[in-house]
Design a protein around this ligand. Structure first.
Ligand code: 3IO
Length: 340
């Protein structure tokens, strides 16, 4: 009896020593599981970049990390993404900052009409802005990537050729994009992107204001036969991770995820810019969509309406104690830097 207990103890000892001496412990394939929540359907760009991140992380950690992705709001939805990740309901989540504009004041400044030309530049501008100010609204999470959409344009069931056509028109938009529509005299209707499908079907809105890849990815080209080019503003996104989950990762895995941050942001911007081109080619060639380009004179009228927006943002952000002028100057400087 005594011998048996002794043997058992030796066995436990060997097992413990053997296990802990596997260096690093976490190198066992699939030993770290990360859940990753996303709000729109799988074929859309936020989920395409999610699958790319999953693939890269699993490859670069030799399968040590396994990422389980949840597209379509199956784990967390558009508006509870940040809080859900903070609470640990998902370990990683992708969020659109425009859905909680009051929460992400600094980074939403990228949604002012300051002339971000494409998603690649937008993503790098957003990343640098966040890195410089490290705004407290991201203080409870680990930021894994940031990127923007391509510039927004009007997709509608009725043609919009002049400012007059836009007056009172119900168009779906959120955050900074919604404020721009208001300034032009349209009636922005706020809701996250996935809700737009039903809103268009039911006639709650006559169109939307967003980046054009959604013409194909959400099949909006089937009902919105007109696209008015404005290229005015972007929507900013972030990929965030639960801080405890991050702190529990082995150092080597943390290094891999850190190395991927800017690369993933660039990859997504690039994917977005290319995908917009493909989606619009499809929309025009197979769905009979008309692209409306404003004349220079008409565009000048639209632009004139936007000038007060940045001033107002500066006043409001200053009241919140933020270095508002510096933030706007930084965005302008970064746009120049990355556009070259
Ligand atoms: C977007 C959100 C989800 C899926 C595809 C998308 N393309 C552009 C957006 C931006 C956005 O969130 C919005 O509300 O227009």
């Amino acid at each position: 009896m005594k011998n048996k207990i002794g043997l058992l103890l030796v066995g436990v000892l060997i097992a413990t020593v053997g296990f802990t001496s596997l260096e690093p412990v976490s190198a066992i394939a699939g030993s770290i599981k990360l859940t990753y929540a996303n709000f729109p359907p799988a074929p859309t760009f936020p989920c395409v970049q999610m699958e790319r991140w999953k693939k890269e992380v699993e490859k670069r950690t030799n399968g040590q990390v396994k990422v389980d992705t949840f597209p379509g709001g199956t784990l967390l939805g558009a508006k509870n993404m940040m809080d859900g990740v903070i609470a640990g309901q998902a370990k990683v989540g992708n969020l659109c900052m425009a859905y909680q504009p009051g929460r992400f004041v600094v980074t939403n400044a990228t949604s002012l009409p300051l002339g971000i030309p494409n998603a690649y530049v937008g993503s790098l501008v957003l990343w640098d802005l966040w890195a410089k100010y490290e705004p407290q609204e991201f203080g409870k999470v680990k930021v894994l990537a940031m990127f923007t959409t391509a510039p927004t344009n009007i997709m509608s069931k009725v043609p919009v050729r002049t400012l007059e056509d836009l007056q009172g028109l119900d168009l779906r938009a959120s955050g900074g994009a919604a404020q721009i529509l208001s300034a032009w005299g349209a009636n922005p209707v706020g809701m996250p992107m996935p809700a737009t499908v039903e809103a268009l079907q039911k006639g709650v809105v006559k169109g939307l204001y967003s980046s054009l890849e959604v013409m194909k990815d959400f099949k909006f080209a089937e009902s919105c036969k007109y696209v008015t080019m404005t290229d005015t503003v972007i929507y900013p996104f972030a990929v965030v991770m639960n801080m405890d989950s991050w702190n529990q990762l082995p150092k080597d895995v943390q290094v891999i995820l850190d190395d991927l941050k800017v690369e993933q942001s660039k990859w997504t911007g690039d994917y977005m810019d290319n995908h917009v081109k493909k989606a619009m080619k499809w929309a025009v060639e197979t769905q009979g969509v008309e692209v409306i380009n404003l004349s220079a004179a008409e565009k000048a009228r639209w632009d004139a309406k936007l000038q007060p927006l940045t001033d107002k943002w500066i006043t409001d952000a200053k009241a919140k104690g933020l270095p508002a002028e510096e933030i706007v100057a930084d965005i302008k400087r970064l746009i120049k830097k990355y556009s070259e």
